[in-house]
Design a protein around this ligand. Structure first.
Ligand code: DGL
Length: 270
């Protein structure tokens, strides 16, 4: 692994930029190479077999560009494809986001009643239930598929009456105060973009947990001894598998401080 090589990151779209932003905050000298597989999004409604194929191809592409570590900034791909990626690249450090989100939930919840808002694929995989039970046996996890949140984030629509109405549709019955739920895991990397609306709906007693910060912290530990030299200068390269102008427009709107979002490369993975 070469210290000056970038860290590869991928997601189906803009969601993984929430993880990239957290990584930049803690490791400003690292170069980041971000791939958005927008041609094939959403991942969350597809079968594990298909998501695994897409995720391995995304990893192959990034490894081909030269990376020193890979962050799977997508819960759906982390839930079903992490093993396949690690088997394909046994010497590459590969981090997913589900373990980090689950650890955050266990730390944040007092009652052990935890709601996970995620994609259909993540919910079906039971990855959050397994990871949370590994740390806290008496927890009760309710995983709710919220597929429209992905489309809202990809539209750059992150708050307001439409978002509130969709959030109520999926989540209101879980936060009526009767079940003692005290933690809402944003179990899809797109969902932190809607955090204000989701936080209002869940109410002040509910802690919101997202996996971005915890993943960035884990990456610091993973790269210990292999950090970028201070003169590398950081920077973010963005690549999309379709419609780079659209990706650039939405990324700039959602992440106004990411200057690099004005230039997005186009790449084919298949
Ligand atoms: N952001 C991804 C996740 O964390 C995928 C969303 C999608 O493409 O459905 O699951």
């Amino acid at each position: 692994m070469r210290r000056a090589d970038p860290i590869g990151i991928f997601d189906s779209g803009v969601g993984g930029l929430t993880v990239a932003a957290a990584i930049r905050r803690v490791m400003p000298d690292e170069k980041l190479l971000y791939l958005a597989d927008v041609a094939r999004q959403p991942y969350g409604t597809k079968s594990p077999r298909t998501v695994t194929r897409y995720a391995v191809q995304a990893a192959e592409f990034l490894v081909g560009r030269g990376i020193k570590a890979l962050v799977v900034a997508c819960n759906t791909a982390s839930a079903v494809a992490l093993e396949a990626i690690s088997e394909r690249f046994p010497s590459l450090p590969v981090l997913g986001v589900v373990e980090a989100g689950a650890a955050g939930a266990v730390a944040a919840s007092v009652s052990g009643r935890i709601v996970v808002a995620a994609t259909e694929g993540t919910c079906k995989s039971m990855a959050y239930e397994r990871a949370i039970a590994g740390w806290r046996g008496d927890s009760r996890v309710t995983c709710i598929p919220c597929p429209l949140f992905v489309a809202l984030a990809e539209e750059g629509l992150t708050d307001g009456p439409i978002v509130e109405s969709v959030a109520r549709h999926y989540l209101a019955p879980l936060f009526d105060g009767s079940g003692g739920e005290d933690c809402l895991v944003l179990g899809c990397t797109h969902f932190p973009l809607l955090a204000d609306a989701l936080g209002r709906l869940a109410g002040p007693k509910v802690r919101l947990v997202d996996c971005a910060q915890a993943t960035a912290t884990l990456l610091v530990e993973t790269l210990a001894g292999c950090e970028a030299p201070a003169d590398t200068g950081g920077g973010l390269t963005l690549i999309a598998t379709d419609a780079p102008e659209r990706f650039s427009r939405i990324a700039q709107r959602l992440f106004p401080t990411m200057d690099e979002a004005s230039r997005v490369e186009l790449a084919d993975l298949f």
